[in-house]
Design a protein around this ligand. Structure first.
Ligand code: ADP
Ligand code: MG
Length: 623
């Protein structure tokens, strides 16, 4: 092809392709899911554009937003075609080879250790999974802004792009042609493809068709001579006129025409999926399995882990919408990495069934970005730009309701499957992994506890609701997680404050002299050992009318001590001397305290200053 222009794959992409080609990964099926998912994304994009500009769709066949799968057994080609947005020449160069996404190297790294190829879609490099089954791939694409091009590669480090002068014009969209490897012959079986689409692409919101064969009975003139029968059919199909004239001849003749039935294979587009969106259905009629599968398709995670919880609801009133929210079983690989620089929502926004965006930050606060799901609103306008939509007043209401529902859903995990669940029948589960032993909420806390803490810091409106979800260990919790409500229920009758201590880890805190007296008297003290806890406690002042008291800080009250005044007076000279000796830049005050049991003295932080632990954290950050 004389117009072909050659390009080298970006280095990381090349490595990724090598890994895929040489992979012994047995589940090669996943390529189809990735291709259909890309086709669906491309269709979403053109449909979104068409909201403000109808022209982009074109007319006739072009305007049909569907996905078509075709098999060419003879040439061992599987092709998948969509009428989506298509790719310009520049898009082809960038998207399929020269620009590595952030996920590329992350995925390569993952695959070199213990990675599961199944997760390829999550890393944004799903397209390359085609090389699990093909050794040569062509991507034919037509974008409204450009002419039709062919991208092709044998995964040998390079790809070529040519002006397409030989294929049929696509109108608009993309056709991916996989020249299947010898051992991938099963993907030429219709039944295999039907199964795969059912399995993986159930929730694609565009019709998926297969050019499927069908046996039909046809009547043909009976003829004693079988071989001439064949000749006749081929002749009659070559010219309509001729066959008609033959027919009339038959009718004219007095002899009764003898016919017989034979089976003939014809082809037609067979619809493979049911495009009724799960979120439009009545929650009572959706099974647990369906919710799980829908989660897997949203998350591009096709392992067998179930989401920890979900909530499917309809909001009515001024702002109407339907939503499905999920708590994933695991935090995504970069959840907290990008927390402060990127707002990566995992919520898809639909307006009246039309996909608008999955990068809509206005729907959920940052701290809930770990949730997955979608929102479909009838109240938001369809025919406005994304920028206009982002400022729409309904969004605030939607956000408020989503937060409320999300927190309810999380609280329910805690109510239904609390952390202690692991401890009953410990013997029975001794052989199972640590993870299985834990209650669901303990798992949740392990994965997303930090998000709840960030929520307490950021969301003053829901602070109390979030505080209810806090879990921690204490001097009395015996290695288990406990909650503020449980703490309060165990408080001593004279105790007015919730006691806590902060530090780098539990072991160190347990030895702290600040706890001596409290422990002796049987008071419970919370251990806060995460750096974020120091910030957290600057925002969490009280809970259920109980104040928080850092036991290493000034202000600790342990009930009335009748001897306090007496002691204070008798040691007055000592404390005075001590204070003047240490000088005021070292200490604010020297006091007789009732917080110690064995240790003679401790340095206590003032009420409003940083705790020693906070000093440690700040120092670590500035170094
Ligand atoms: P992702 O889908 O996560 O972005 P992929 O590796 O699956 O990653 O696809 C890479 C990019 O190639 C897509 O982001 C898209 O821009 C482009 N692309 C792939 N398939 C199609 C298609 N059928 N139509 C239009 N663009 C496509
Ligand atoms: Mg993709």
């Amino acid at each position: 092809r004389n117009t072909a222009e050659k390009f080298q794959f970006q280095a990381e992409v090349s490595r990724l392709m090598d890994i895929i080609i040489n992979s012994l990964y047995s589940n090669k099926d996943i390529f189809l899911r990735e291709l259909i998912s890309n086709a669906s994304d491309a269709l979403d994009k053109i449909r979104f554009l068409s909201l403000t500009d109808k022209e982009v769709l074109g007319e006739g066949e072009n305007a049909k937003l569907d996905i078509q799968i075709k098999l060419d057994k003879e040439n061992k080609i599987l092709s998948i075609r969509d009428r989506g947005i298509g790719m310009t020449k520049e898009d082809l160069i960038k998207n399929l080879g020269t620009i590595a996404k952030s996920g590329t190297s992350a995925f390569v790294e993952k695959m070199q250790t213990s990675g599961d190829l199944n997760l390829i879609g999550q890393f944004g490099v799903g397209f390359y999974s085609v090389y699990l089954v093909a050794d040569y791939v062509e991507v034919i694409s037509k974008h409204n802004d450009d002419i039709q091009y062919v991208w092709e590669s044998k995964a040998d480090g390079a790809f070529a792009i040519s002006e397409d002068t030989w294929n049929e014009p696509l109108g608009r969209g993309t056709e991916i042609r996989l020249h299947l490897r010898e051992e991938a012959g099963e993907y030429l079986e219709e039944s295999k493809l039907k199964d795969l689409v059912k399995k993986y692409s159930e929730f694609i919101n565009f019709p998926i068709y297969l050019w499927a064969s069908k046996e039909v009975d046809v009547e043909v003139p009976a003829d004693e001579d079988e071989s001439s029968d064949e000749d006749e059919t081929s002749e009659s199909s070559s010219s309509d006129e001729e066959s008609e004239s033959e027919k009339s001849e038959d009718e004219d003749s007095e002899d009764k025409p003898k016919t017989k039935k034979i089976k003939e294979t014809t082809y037609e587009w067979e619809l493979l999926n049911d495009v009724k969106a799960i979120w439009l259905r009545n929650p009572k009629e959706v099974t647990e399995e369906e919710y799980t599968k829908f989660y897997h398709s949203l998350a591009k995670d096709f392992g067998d882990e179930k989401p920890l919880a979900w909530s499917h609801f309809t909001a009515e009133g001024d702002v109407e919408f339907k939503a499905v929210l999920y708590v994933p079983p695991k935090a995504p690989h970069d959840l907290y990495e990008s927390y402060y620089n990127a707002n990566k929502a995992n919520l898809k926004l639909y307006v009246r069934r039309v996909f608008i965006s999955d990068e809509f930050d206005e729907l959920l606060p940052k701290y809930l970005n770990f949730l997955m799901g979608l929102v479909d609103s009838d109240t938001l306008p369809l025919n406005v730009s994304r920028e206009m939509l982002q400022q729409h007043s309904s969004l605030k209401t939607i956000k408020k309701k989503l937060i409320r529902k999300a927190l309810d859903m999380i609280r329910k995990i805690a109510d239904e499957d609390p952390d202690e669940a692991n401890d009953k029948d410990k013997k029975d589960v001794e052989n199972s992994s640590d993870d299985e032993k834990r209650g669901k909420y303990a798992k949740f806390w392990n994965e997303f506890g930090k998000s709840i803490k960030l929520g307490i810091i950021e969301d003053s409106v829901n602070r109390n609701r979030l505080a209810k979800l806090l879990r921690f260990e204490t001097t009395l919790s015996d290695g288990k997680l406990t909650s503020l409500d449980q703490y309060i229920s165990r408080m001593k009758s004279k105790q007015s404050d919730i006691f806590y201590i902060t530090g780098p880890n539990k072991e160190q805190l347990e030895k702290s002299p600040f706890l001596e007296r409290l422990k002796k008297k049987g008071y419970e003290v919370i251990f806060f050992t995460d750096p974020v806890d120091e910030y957290l406690m600057q925002y969490l002042m009280d809970y259920q009318d109980k104040k928080f008291q850092n036991v290493s800080k000034e202000g600790l009250k342990l009930g009335k001590d009748s001897k306090a005044k007496e002691l204070k007076d008798s040691f007055k000279d000592l404390t005075k001397w001590w204070k003047s000796t240490l000088a005021s830049e070292n200490v604010d005050d020297v006091k007789i305290s009732n917080r110690l049991a064995d240790t003679p003295c401790v340095v206590v932080t003032s009420k409003y200053g940083w705790s020693a632990n906070m000093e440690r954290i700040m120092q670590a950050q500035t170094l």
